[in-house]
Design a protein around this ligand. Sequence first.
Ligand code: FAD
Ligand code: NAP
Length: 534
Amino acid sequence: MSEQANVDVVVVGAGFAGLYMIHRMVRTGRSVVCFEGGTDVGGTWYWNRYPGCRCDVESLEYSYDFDPDLQQEWQWTEKYATQPEILRYAQHVADRFELRPHIRFSTRVTSAAFDEADQRWTVTADDGTVTSARFVVMATGCLSSANMPEIEGRDSFQGTLAHTGRYPKEGIEFTGKRVGIIGTGSSGIQAIPVIARTAGHLTVFQRTAQFTIPARNGPLDPAEQAEVKANYAEIVAANKRMFGAFGSRHRRPVRVALETDPEEFRREMELLWERGGSLFLSTFRDLMRDPAANQLAAEFVREKIRQTVRDPETARKLTPDGLIGCKRLVIDTDYFETYNRPNVSLVDVSAKGTSITRITPTGVQCGDEHHELDVLIFATGFDAMTGSLLRVDIVGRGGQRLADVWDGGPVTYLGLGVHGFPNLFTVTGPGSPSVLANMIVGTEQHVEWISDCIDHLDANGYRTIEAQPESVQRWVEHVNSVADQTIFPTCNSWYVGANIPGKPRVFMPLLGFPAYVDRCNEVAANAYEGFALA
Ligand code: FAD
Ligand code: NAP
């Protein structure tokens, strides 16, 4: 059954981005409908219910900033909050700001088409709903399309099979079971130590060893929480001047590794290792620019792995080569220690003879060896940044499809707009700092920019805004030239789409949050320079 509605704004997705977008639109007196594929709000924190899932930006900083009362009242219990706690926070925000009446749950947007005659978008959802809107805001998430690799026999597995990013609400019972997990990125590395505590046996199928740094998580000290809350405004302002939009409280003097005395370098790295967390590579500014400097930090971590893992052969397999931080740095709790347990084994599936050949009804076949399993978890990541956008059939001016325009990789202006797609905004889109910064901070900045832009259009009698082709071209060049000054584009990471067969190899996020925000503000102040307003 189809239903017709007219609104000012359609928002797709009810994660942190979508929730704040709805709030801003309601607050500025606009009609808004949000479509969400899940049965509840929370996005990432709704879908990723796997054991051990938590944030790795400190909870006190991984929080909305837009409402001082919300900021003061919400109490985090751990330094790095667990998935259930972050989900409760998203639910609290939805209830507190009365956002739920604007959301249609269990409904996926399948297409959005721009009608040039009336300058409006027609948005179609999988329940047959058709909505006409002036603006479409894609708040579909950078890490929301689960990647299920096409391994032969995958669907023949007779035991319990799940992906970390589509984890069943009722959970999975591991007690006494033979469990296998494929993937050792952030999700796998969080899940492995927790599953190992109850599983009869846990087999980890590792294709690439990862650099991971201890989180040093723990209960949040009430005194620290009170102190942060007393100074929230200053801390948030200082975070926004940080490269990744977090961690200003822990800032240390920045130095150059290759100009630092080796003993002093080691002392600093020990301190950072003991402190733990995502700022591990932030003290020495050449680590992400110069492979020789990077190797000093990489070797430091390799040594830690060898010291921690007792079995030398397992330690060897767990020791990554390559550059540290070039793939997304992982933050863990007891990851390497877990391999000292008698019920955990590591299978290196990187080599030809031992790679996963197929999945059978009873387990995983690697070369000549068959691993019998009751449960198999895919921690195999996401079709990042473009996956959820391109799963919607987006058709712009002149009938052009976003999928065709992005055939060679995503092209945007500021990660917010695409030429040919007027009045369509992407929150934390490719070409913005997105996944390389504290994502709640990035989301708020985008939502506020979009909301202010819509105000500007209305106040000045414009119907549409569209990125101009020259500004898109210059922006893409800018994103690439910033990345090319670093080691980032050199690795087979999901930042460059290397994890998805056939995906164009393009470095998708923009490095450097503060300079980016300055540029966005400048564009807005100069009457949205680089966009055509009509
Ligand atoms: P999401 O939370 O992904 O929400 C997007 C929503 O859109 C989803 O609910 C999805 O169902 C919906 N959707 C998508 N397509 C459609 C469609 N066609 N129709 C209807 N609905 C649709 N970032 C950090 O900064 N710090 C962290 O510590 C951190 N930890 C993370 C841990 C995990 C396990 C993962 C996967 C990511 C993590 N991230 C972290 C990144 C995280 O994704 C963001 O911080 C943030 O939650 C993204 O919010 P969002 O609203 O933009 O997207
Ligand atoms: P990921 O980093 O992409 O890791 C996927 C893992 O699966 C990799 O080890 C990959 O191996 C492996 N893999 C993929 N396909 C495979 C195949 N066919 N056979 C064998 N192995 C295969 O995904 P993720 O761990 O879900 O993390 C994605 C991102 O989400 C993170 O980088 C981070 O931004 C975010 N996240 C954050 C946290 C947090 O701590 N806050 C937690 C989870 C996720 P290769 O390396 O060889 O490709």
